[in-house]
Structures are given as C-alpha cells and as structure tokens.
Design a protein around this ligand. Sequence first.
Ligand code: PGA
Length: 258
Amino acid sequence: MHKPLVAGNWKMYCTVPEGLRLLEELEPGLQPHAGAVDLVVLPPAVMLWEFAKALKGKPIALGAQNACWADEGAYTGEISPRMLAGWCSYLLIGHSERRQIFGETDEQVNLKLRASLRHGLRPIVAVGETLAENEQKRTREVVQRQLEKALDGSEPGWAATLSIAYEPVWAIGTGRAATPEYANEVMGMIRSLLRDAFNSGGETIRILYGGSVIGSNAMSLMVQPEIDGALVGGASLRPAEFVAIVQAAAQAARERPA
Ligand code: PGA
C-alpha cells in the first residue's frame, strides 16, 4: 500500500501576498494529516521562493507547476529545474493545460522528466485523454502513448521518485469528475504499463487521480485500489475543501487492506 500523495495545483491564481495568506489558512488544517498523507502545494513560480521559506521545517512539501528541460540558456520566460534544486521538492510535468494551451509535446515531457530527475526533483507526470478522444474510445491508446513517450529511455532508478497523475481533460475544472470505477480502470492500465517499464519498481510509483476532486467526492475516489492520491486544482484554493480531500485520503489509507 502506498502512502497517499495529495497535491494542490494553484494554477495561475493569487498574488504573492494572497498566496502567503492562503498558505497560512491552509496549514493548520493540513498539519494533523501530514503523517498519513504526503502533502504538496504547487503555487505559481513567482511565489516559490517565499513559500520555501514559509514551509521550512514543516510537513508540507513544495512543488513547481512547470519548468524547462534545459539547465540554463536563452529561454526567455522559463525557469529551470536546476534553479529549483535543493529547496523545491516536486515538479509537475505535462499538465493538460501545458499541452493544450502552450503546445507542450510528449517529447518535451520526456526531456522535462529527465531534467527533473537530474536535479533531484520528484516528478509528477500528468496524462489524460480529451473529451473527443474519450468519446472516440481512444483513452487507452492516448494514455499509453503519453506515458510511453514520457518514459522513453527510462532507467530503473526513475521509479523511486516518480508519480503519475491521471487527469481526464474533460474532468478538469468542469465539476464533472470521472466515476471512481472509470478512473480506477484507466489507472489499472497505467499500473500495468509501469510494471512493463520498471518491473517491480512499477509497483512503488504513486498514481494520482485529478479532475474536479472536491471534498464530497474525494472518499469515493480514494478508496479505489489503484488510486494513490489526488492532484487537485480549483478545490486546493479553498482551505476547507482541500483539507476535506486530504482527510478523505488519510481515512481511505487507514481503511485500506494491507
Ligand atoms: P480541477 O483541476 O481540480 O480544478 O479539476 C485539476 C488539475 O488541473 O490538476
């Protein structure tokens, strides 16, 4: 059984002072669950350094929502994993908004994953099908392609810190979460691909569900055998809602058969 991982993806919301206030509001609700759940906040890049200072010594980890694949260079507007190394723990890679709005490719996802591992950041690689792909019954094909390309040239050591987030694009920000059974089924397929790529190492990789997770549906998702946590967008900006999700993850972990 994996210790669940719950990550809050703040996307492009909040100014720095607003973000710091929100973090302060979140902390007391999250701290009691830190033993049972690995907690991560992914604020906008401009807040990361302040957040690192605010979270020092606390059981809430920090992650970036995106970074470049290169260590440095003429990449205006980008930040590099090398700049995050040592004080930021996680890196979200290949979120569907990056893929769709900013044209991020499977090849870039692979390069970013490599850069993340090179600098000791724990990658969370997001995959998921669009509504059209879902309707065309291409979920398996799309998710398999995204995952295999992300993991191209993988080495056994990658499994140690990698997580995967399955986020059906049609469920993101729509209030229409996947059913727990559907999510579990796709994530079972992801698990078998991870076994193919990493053998027994594939068992240790956490697979998160993302897409309209809120307090009231979190428990039904978290009790699914293949779901090891959640990547939360909108609800991660609402402290009571986010804490309810974390609480559900903690409870589901306690109740899961060993
Ligand atoms: P949502 O977003 O929880 O607002 O649906 C999830 C995500 O984009 O990671």
